[in-house]
Design a protein around this ligand. Sequence first.
Ligand code: MEV
Length: 430
Amino acid sequence: MTTTKKIRREKEKKFYEMNLAQRLNHLKEVTKVSQHDIEILRNPSSFTFVNANRMVENAIGVFSLPLGIATNFVINKKKYLVPMAIEEPSVIAAASKAAKIAKNNGGFIAECNESLMIGQVQIVSLPISLNTARMRLNTHKKEILRIANSKSKSVVAKNFQVRELDDKSHNNIGKMLLLELFVDTKDAMGANTINTMCESISSRIEELTGGKVVLKILSNYATKRLVKCRAIFSKNDIGGEGVVENILYAYSLAYSDVYRAVTHNKGVMNGIDAVALATGQDFRAIEAAAHAYAARSGIYRSMTRWYKTRKGDLAGELELPLAVGIVGGAASVHPLAKVGLKILGVKAAKELAMVLSAVGLAQNMAAIRALASEGIQKGHMRLHARNIATMVGSEGSQIDIVAKKISDENDVTVRRAKEILFSLKHKRIK
Ligand code: MEV
């Protein structure tokens, strides 16, 4: 083969066909990552014990996860390579496959609210009526907002509302007031600043109302920070009308039954959490808000909505609160999270939220499509076979050979993998 042909062939390789060096080179060519970033990716100890010890207490080491790239994502007409940190095989392949199918219809369309978060200040034991307390707080709105805003140059407390709340616990606390600050956190997730703002106004609130301030904390239920995403998947790309019909049955079950809804939504979060981890987001906050939103009607339901278009294709939508940031927190200090954000090339927190929602939708579509057609175990076991092959001691090219054989034989077991590796080492394999 001529050198030019060889170069062309190398260039035409799909991401999953490349070796590590080729993948990293590709990232360097098509994203904003530098040579230094590539070295961070190459070096498994880029995130050092010193980093870890600064971040948490009683550190004893660093816990690593596989980091992969989901390909084919086109969101609002922009192409993305999406970093995903996850231990589960087949998630990244599934997202890439679904994104490829969506791309045939123009990709994902997403939109996002402003980065408005809510900070809650709880006021109890009021010596005056709740109404009078509320009026006093509202009369001093400008002053209260000025105190909150003195705590940050970039993040802005724009307004607040005062809400009356009945105690619904069994402790007979009675009524309380909540002052809820609306804070525009811009490109930050904003937790720290919101908490500082809430704490900063608490003594003035006590002076104005005579009550006692107890909690001063952001709400992770970021309902003013919603992201919406939709995509169309052609029936012919997903296996025909029968598969579309089965996917709608699957959706109906997830909408109607909490036991299925939880598993269905776990599939959505497989995608969202993996990107959140790879970009240094607070995935627990994302999870908590997403599930609460899924239960906003009072019943926990599917996070996604699926239906048939007039042409008979499959359309999917996902709406959820997503509080993410590209500045501050782990996104600014974890070396791999910083590289993750560079790979994505997002310019704003809102853009990151839109990417997360697209990956969540893609992931869900891939899972329910597999479940509604051949089942997920075939693909899952094919990928799991590589783990088994490695587990029994296969190295280099042996991994692929052993994995392929146990998966072709439908016998993805340690026993069979050992036998094949033994034969391979003694050249008895056919
Ligand atoms: C596995 O991690 C996720 C799935 O169970 C999601 C689903 O059932 O929709 C495949």
